[in-house]
Design a binder for this molecule. Structure first.
Ligand SMILES: Cc1ncc(C[n+]2csc(CCOP(=O)(O)OP(=O)(O)O)c2C)c(N)n1
Length: 320
């Protein structure tokens, strides 16, 4: 059972493929030298961002890591503007000034992504505190990685969020690796979600590749946050199948990881669910897949045709 309508479930499949194809193109364009810096693929984690964001209300706010393309898109960012942003073009989400790791779209509630590991966690705590003080019913979601959950600021935020019952949901995406460190080499408990116990709020571990499980869990956590009962830590498990980043750090997963990936890729799994729930048949799924592929190819064209910013634009959009 799910509270998602059939149309919502179909739209989520469309978005899942958009994110997957977007990331494939982002890796390709990076490799071909179309943009610099770095880029961190969200491949294998699509079901987590989509499941969580589908549980939000308009006006809720989300923060993410540098692996944030999928989260920005799950919040409604347009693929054309996303691709133009990666390529540093004027039609980009942030007029080309943010790039792959510094995306932001306040109009959708996407506060932003952050290149500093764990930096968005205390910022999310501050956003949640501001919303609590405004008594506006807004819930804040913070995505971060297993590595980030080892940073001190995570614990400070947990403490204050629990103490003040902040309307905050912490989503740790355990993709098993922090660059090349496996989480079992850096984390003293088998489940990151257990860490919430020390602060007296719920922690739950789920399969981050199961969109329905993610959505159900997020609904409950968001509801708890909205009614003033404080934070929840959701550990969404997945397998990082690509390298850490397109710069090539981290290497590919082991043969075992690749096998796990093959068996648990969230997209075929979700397609299987849609078929067994009689929401779509294989032919309809294939049509949605190819439309998503075309849309992302068009986004690449759009981005490549968008102008580079001029030096004068450096002085625009500055707060002082
Ligand atoms: C404060 C800080 N320390 C180190 C880095 C370098 N760095 C970038 S990503 C990363 C690994 C983080 O892993 P994790 O939190 O598990 O997230 P994932 O990349 O797997 O999504 C590190 C160490 C950084 N960007 N910021």
């Amino acid at each position: 059972m799910t509270t998602l309508t059939n149309d919502q479930q179909i739209e989520l499949l469309r978005q899942m493929w958009r994110i997957r194809f977007f990331e494939e193109q982002a890796i390709r364009l990076y490799g071909e030298g179309y943009y610099k810096g770095s880029t961190h693929p969200y491949i294998a984690q699509e079901a987590t961002a989509l499941g969580v964001c589908a549980a939000l209300r308009p006006g809720d706010q989300v923060l993410a890591t540098y692996r944030g393309h999928g989260v920005a898109m799950a919040m409604g960012a347009d693929p054309n503007e996303m691709m133009a942003e990666l390529l540093g073009r004027t039609d980009g989400l942030c007029k080309g000034k943010g790039g792959s790791m510094h995306l932001s779209q306040p109009s959708t509630g996407f506060v932003g992504s952050n290149a500093i590991v764990s930096a968005q966690i205390p910022i999310a705590g501050g956003v949640a505190l501001a919303n609590q003080l405004d008594n506006n019913g807004v819930v804040t979601i913070c995505f971060f990685g297993d590595g980030a959950s080892c940073e001190g600021i995570f614990y400070e935020t947990c403490n204050m969020a629990a103490l003040w019952k902040l309307p905050l949901v912490l989503v740790v995406e355990n993709n098993e690796f922090a660059i090349s460190t496996h989480y079992t080499e850096s984390i003293s408990v088998p489940f990151i979600a257990q860490r919430a116990q020390a602060f007296g709020f719920p922690g739950v571990t789920i399969d981050g590749r199961d969109l329905y499980a993610v959505h159900e869990t997020a609904l409950e956590a968001i509801d708890r946050a909205r009614r003033g009962d404080g934070p929840t830590l959701i550990e969404a498990k997945t397998v990082r199948w690509t390298r850490h980043s397109a710069v090539s750090a981290g290497g590919y997963g082991s043969g075992e990881a690749m096998e796990k990936w093959r068996l648990t890729d969230p997209i075929p799994r979700y397609c299987g669910e849609l078929i067994s729930r009689r929401i779509l048949n294989e032919e309809q799924i294939a049509e949605i897949e190819s439309a998503a592929r075309e849309q992302i190819e068009a986004a690449v064209e759009f981005a490549l045709n968008s102008p580079m910013p001029t030096p004068e634009m450096l002085y625009e959009d500055i707060f002082a």
